[in-house]
Design a protein around this ligand. Structure first.
Ligand SMILES: Cc1cc2nc3c(=O)[nH]c(=O)nc-3n(C[C@H](O)[C@H](O)[C@H](O)COP(=O)(O)OP(=O)(O)OC[C@H]3O[C@@H](n4cnc5c(N)ncnc54)[C@H](O)[C@@H]3O)c2cc1C
Length: 460
């Protein structure tokens, strides 16, 4: 419960209609995609950067905890108010595309803009914003920047950080800061926008984002390649990319994932597929499409590909993508609870990483269907357990810990896109040294000395 005095003072800043401390709002803002839940004491819908600044100044003075929130689609609990306090939600007012600058090819947006709304708005003007997390229909640009979200087009175009040119943000004490510029080049001062990207709401509240845009490619096609084994497919991934292929996406499903999709959705997929690679190529001339498909096909064939299918029309392309788009919900055929990690390794390590991950699954007796963004070296590893069995859950977490140790030993990391939040905080010591973690704490202290911004996340 927020003290009545605090509620009254905050109402004076944002108006009574923009602050709620009733049960319905507390419940509605207590969840994210982890399905854990923690209720906030109040939910505030700031109308402007100035509101955010005044709210933070007040909360900093009274040491009231603030958790910024986009759409609450995070997979690691970043937007969950674990320690109570206030949720700052941007979907009601701070949700506008402020500018699409055609001459400089950039967009300026407020944090509550939904990713897909931005994509559509810029495409209507012939431009292109590539980062497209599978949550694009509802996740917000503020959340995407704070988690450094990836998507299906990262193999060619990169991830959110590659498009953030500048940010405006509010520090815990209410100070408004500008980080980065509208310029392509900017080497003056520390890269504060870089530090705030992926900071999961622990350092500052992002109030405005300037994003780079590209020209929209004119042509695109999709492909599906069938491999006898995961090992063949993983070798094909890094060897084809190293040999000059530049696909938009190179997504992977292993045989367990393929079987799960067949079972749950009843669709036909290639028989005896040990693994599938599915993706897109694009370009401004048709010859570029043919060149990319030819390069992929020949490189895949050299690496054990037994079938290579191409789709050029929209309907056919969607058919090829259907299994990949729906696999996440299908793997529950192997267990009621999915311990879903999104490990990332250098691409050349994919074959050995997958081999060792399956061995860990066998050792503990769990199915571990794997799928994901192989072209980025980022794989969704799903340890499937019976969620109602405490002993299995405990063993599942032990398996996850071993998997993390394995990928970090290979030069990889705990998360390629979902972030650390609450779920992965216990594993930070595996990925970072004592000295590195101290540096994180020092940075946190410089931005937020009273630790009011999203405490407990990222192990901070
Ligand atoms: C079905 C599904 C598919 C998904 N697919 C992908 C995918 O392909 N790629 C991917 O990367 N992720 C994916 N995700 C995860 C999630 O959608 C992303 O992490 C997304 O970026 C979160 O955005 P959000 O608006 O929901 O943020 P939230 O979950 O609300 O918040 C995420 C974090 O950002 C912080 N935050 C939010 N707004 C601000 C702000 N203005 N200032 C400071 N901090 C802020 C929060 O405090 C929190 O720590 C998926 C999730 C689901 C449910």
């Amino acid at each position: 419960m927020l003290k009545k005095r605090y509620l009254k003072d905050l109402q004076k800043i944002v108006g009574e209609e923009n602050i709620y401390d009733d049960k319905a709002h507390s419940l509605a803002y207590s969840y994210d995609a982890t399905r854990e839940h923690y209720e906030p004491d109040a939910v505030i819908f700031p109308r402007s950067e100035d509101d955010v600044s005044q709210i933070l100044k007040y909360c900093n003075k009274h040491k009231i905890i603030i958790t910024p929130r986009g759409a609450g689609s995070g997979f690691t609990g970043g937007a969950l108010p674990k320690n109570g306090g206030i949720i700052l939600a941007f979907e009601k007012h701070m949700n506008k595309i402020l500018e699409i600058d055609l001459e400089n090819m950039l967009a300026i947006v407020e944090p509550g803009v939904v990713n897909m709304d931005l994509q559509k708005a810029v495409e209507a003007k012939g431009l292109f914003y590539p980062p497209d997390p599978a949550s694009e229909q509802y996740s917000t640009i503020g959340g995407n920047v704070s988690e450094n979200a990836g998507g299906m087009r990262a193999a060619k175009y990169g991830i959110t950080k590659d498009f953030v040119m500048a940010l405006r943000a509010v520090r815990a004490n209410g100070d408004i800061i500008r980080a980065g510029k509208k310029t392509i080049k900017d080497v003056a001062g520390y890269n504060i926008a870089g530090i705030l990207t992926a900071s999961e709401g622990t350092l500052a509240v992002i109030t405005q984002i300037t994003l780079k845009l590209l020209p929209k490619p004119k042509f695109a096609s999709s492909y599906m390649a069938v491999f006898k084994s995961v090992d063949d497919a993983m070798n094909a991934v890094f060897k084809s990319l190293a040999s000059g292929a530049n696909p938009v996406a190179m997504e992977f499903l292993d045989s367990l994932s393929v079987a799960a999709v067949k079972k749950k959705l009843g669709i036909s997929l290639p028989e005896n597929a040990g693994a599938l690679l599915i993706g897109d190529v694009d370009g401004n001339v048709k010859e570029e499409i043919e060149f990319q498909l030819g390069t992929l096909k020949s490189s895949f064939k050299e690496n054990g590909c037994v079938d290579f299918e191409v789709a050029k029309e929209k309907e056919q392309r969607e058919k090829l993508w259907y299994a990949r788009r729906n696999v996440s919900q299908c793997v529950t055929v192997y267990g009621s609870k999915k311990l879903n990690e999104d490990i990332s390794v250098p691409r050349s390590k994919l074959p050995v990483a997958l081999k060792e991950i399956y061995k860990i699954g066998e050792k503990y007796g769990f199915s571990v269907p794997c799928f994901g963004h192989a072209g980025d070296g980022n794989i969704h590893v799903n340890v499937m357990v019976d969620g109602s069995n405490e002993e299995e859950l405990h063993k599942g977490h032990q398996a996850i810990e071993e998997i993390f140790e394995l990928v970090v030993d290979m030069g990889g990391t705990l998360s390629g896109e979902h972030g650390i939040g609450l779920s992965k905080a216990p594993f930070m010591d595996i990925a970072f040294s004592k000295e590195e973690r101290q540096l994180f704490l020092d940075i946190k202290k410089a931005f937020d000395p009273n630790n009011i911004l999203n405490p407990g996340k990222m192990g901070l």
